[in-house]
Design a protein around this ligand. Structure first.
Ligand code: NAP
Length: 422
């Protein structure tokens, strides 16, 4: 029986699915001792700090993660950063293989004037802010204005626009950060524009996300019928299935009788941002459109135009991703998830993607190194292990129960460490 030691850096979906793929490849001759290392005090990656809180069903995948973590050969080392004191190279000496599963956490920039004005931020800051990520609790989200603009036409833009446009009491039964619910309740935003630079036939939203919009009980959704009819013409007689489904869903909204709520979500197509206007803070977005330049006055702009990886020392990056061939980075080092392929795909996409990389990893293995493990490299005594995380998890769920919420998230590292130690 050989025991191979594998370190997975990053406790998000791609990391857990890599661990699961390793567990599935165990046999009478071979087992895998898996150490999952996470920079934050809590695991689950985007399932905790990315998925919109009004989409609780998507988060049920965390049950799968906890089942993977329950394996006796799995250990969690949370609140431990790789790349500073502990280098990837030092780790690689201790393990038979390293799997990088660090995601893509930096928001892409538009590169237009005014992008750094107060009131302009990226979904890469706004989303973790409302999801109680410890490093984003203090992000300044300017909700003291009538109009907000979201730039981009993907599912992240849709999440962001929905969170801004829904009636905030709809967030009461969710695990939205307490500070964000408080801010949304005093928000003056009543109009939210979501702007796509191309026509509706090219929108990156997926149709379930469009079809759920009319279910918002207190928000009018406004799509120009002409925009969708023109897009249908441009898409031709045999559009791809997903395009047709999207256009059908948008047309249904455009044709529906419009309720008149206090809050409105507007869709703009063929609006390419040229500049974010303002002197002291955001005052509007200047767009170029087929009908000339148009300005949408607003006090808040959120860009949701994709992500790129945050580098770890010693790992090669190019075009926002870790340099790799089919997940192989260098001898004994592999990459999975968004860090490997870029910020595309839903959580489930990572299952097959991680499994394919793990197959290569296992094929590359020879004999076990047996050279120790991460515990010999740790100087930080505040590591949170699986039982510490289980205590945090239980305390958050217990705090949510009397208030009809799935959990109340603790936000600061100190608070989380305290719960882990109880
Ligand atoms: P995305 O789907 O790639 O969408 C990015 C959007 O940004 C596109 O509409 C793109 O327009 C636009 N864009 C890029 N550069 C731009 C620029 N310079 N100016 C204006 N617009 C620009 O990315 P995402 O929304 O970040 O989502 C990432 C992945 O997570 C996707 O696969 C998504 O489906 C998934 N996700 C899923 C869910 C869910 O299942 N509910 C929720 C959130 C995210 P062009 O097409 O014109 O480039």
């Amino acid at each position: 029986m050989s025991t191979f030691k594998v370190a997975i850096i990053g406790a998000g979906p791609a990391g857990y699915f890599a661990a699961q793929a390793l567990q599935n490849l165990q046999s009478d001759e071979r087992i895998f001792a898996i150490d999952m290392i996470e920079r934050l005090p809590t695991p689950w990656g985007l399932v905790r700090s990315g998925v919109a809180p009004d989409h609780p069903k998507i988060k049920t995948v965390s049950k799968v993660f906890e089942k993977i973590a329950a394996d006796p050969n799995f250990r969690l080392f949370a609140n431990l950063e790789i790349g500073g004191e502990i280098s990837v190279a030092a780790l690689a000496q201790k393990y038979d293989a390293i799997v990088l599963a660090t995601g893509s956490s930096l928001g892409k920039k538009l590169g237009i004037p005014g992008e750094d004005l107060p009131g302009s931020l990226s979904a890469a800051e706004f989303v973790p802010w409302y999801n109680a990520h410890p490093e984003f609790a203090d992000v300044a989200v300017r909700l003291d204005c009538d109009t907000a603009v979201v730039i981009g036409a993907g599912n992240v833009a849709m999440d962001v626009a929905r969170m801004l446009a829904l009636e905030p009491s709809e967030l009461d039964p969710t695990d939205t950060a307490e500070h964000a619910i408080g801010a949304f309740k005093t928000s003056e935003v009543r109009n939210v524009y979501i702007s796509a630079r191309r026509g509706a036939e090219h929108a990156a939203f997926t149709s379930p996300e469009i079809r759920e919009l009319p279910k918002l009980e207190h928000t009018t959704v406004h799509i120009q019928r002409g925009d969708i009819q023109e897009a249908i013409t441009r898409a031709g007689s045999e559009p791809e299935k997903d395009v047709k489904s999207n256009l059908d869903a948008m047309l249904a909204i455009a044709q529906s009788d419009r309720s008149q709520h206090e809050r409105t979500l507007h869709f703009l197509f063929q609006h390419t941002p040229k500049a974010i206007l303002g002197s002291e803070r955001v005052e509007g977005v200047l767009y170029s459109t087929p009908n000339g330049d148009v300005t949408i006055p607003c006090g808040l702009v959120i860009t949701a135009i994709g992500y790129h990886v945050q580098g770890i020392d010693g790992v090669p990056y190019e075009n926002g991703k870790v340099v790799n061939i089919d997940g192989r980075v260098s001898q004994g080092v592999y990459v999975v998830g968004w860090a490997k392929r870029g910020p595309t795909g839903v959580i489930g996409t990572n299952k097959s993607d991680s499994a394919a990389v793990i197959e290569l990893l296992v094929a590359d293995l020879k004999s076990p190194k047996g050279a120790g493990d991460i515990s010999q490299l740790i100087t930080n005594q505040r590591v949170i292990d699986q039982s510490g995380w289980a205590r945090i998890n239980a305390a958050e769920i217990a705090a949510g129960e009397p208030r009809g919420k799935p959990r109340v998230k603790s936000v600061t590292q100190e608070e989380l460490l305290k719960l882990a130690a109880l």
